[in-house]
Write a protein that binds this ligand. Structure first.
Ligand code: E4P
Length: 217
């Protein structure tokens, strides 16, 4: 199970670097952050050697996208290039896979889209769970369907559950057996917490203090 941070917050990435298996970025996250995107991406890459850092293309025209993907890939050996799962980009995706570029196909919303990308041999597909839920479609159900079909066809492409908005999404992704989950820092922290853990620590501490022991062991 890989845990990926869906963030460009350098402080948080540094804090969680020992635990996470990578970072996903996208144009929206970079735009909201406000710092220079290239500088920020380089900082993230330097913090996570040997891990998976996904950087999305911004060009829309296929040939320009192809050239940009190569430039992004050259930023580091830990880069995966994110390409949107649109039929106009299938030829670009096929060429890039053939060139040996590691791809994370983003904005995946259906079984056929996902399996088509597996057929082309990309490293990751990113089904967007939260955005499906936004449209009253059960995003988590797609994860179960993907796990079953990808295994049945024996494809090597990994499922990276994305657009994760809640701890419930995290647990559903785990139950579906996805290979990786990318989540915002807030969701990671919530998933790692439990009020009964906090209560238990407080109770153990209160009982221990009653003994009045200052040195142990
Ligand atoms: C993943 O690669 C995306 O950056 C991200 O999960 C999108 O999430 P959102 O739908 O909450 O914007």
């Amino acid at each position: 199970m890989k845990i990926i941070l869906d963030s460009v917050d350098i402080v948080q990435i540094q804090k969680w670097a020992y635990f996470i298996d990578g970072v996903t970025t996208n144009p929206t996250l970079l735009a909201k952050n406000g710092s220079d995107p290239l500088t920020r991406i380089k900082e993230i890459l330097a913090l996570l050697p040997g891990k998976d850092v996904s950087v999305e293309v911004t060009e829309l025209e296929p040939d320009a996208m192809y050239a940009q993907a190569h430039k992004i890939a050259k930023l580091g050996s830990n880069v995966l290039v994110k390409i949107p799962c649109h039929k106009d980009y299938y030829p670009v995706i096929a060429r890039l896979v053939n060139d040996g570029i590691k791809l994370n196909i983003t904005l995946v919303f259906s079984l056929f889209q996902a399996l088509s990308m597996c057929k082309l041999g990309v490293v990751y597909i990113s089904p967007f769970i939260g955005r499906l839920d936004d449209h009253d479609i059960d995003g988590s159900e797609l994860l179960f369907q993907l796990r079953g079909t990808i295994d049945a066809y024996n494809y090597k492409t990994q499922i990276l559950a994305a657009s994760i908005r809640s701890v419930l999404h995290v647990h559903e992704a785990l139950l579906a057996g996805v290979d990786a989950i990318t989540m915002p820092v807030k969701v990671l922290e919530l998933a790692a917490e439990h009020q009964l853990t906090d209560q238990g620590i407080a109770t153990f501490n209160a009982d221990w203090q009653k003994l009045g022991i200052s040195k142990f062991p």
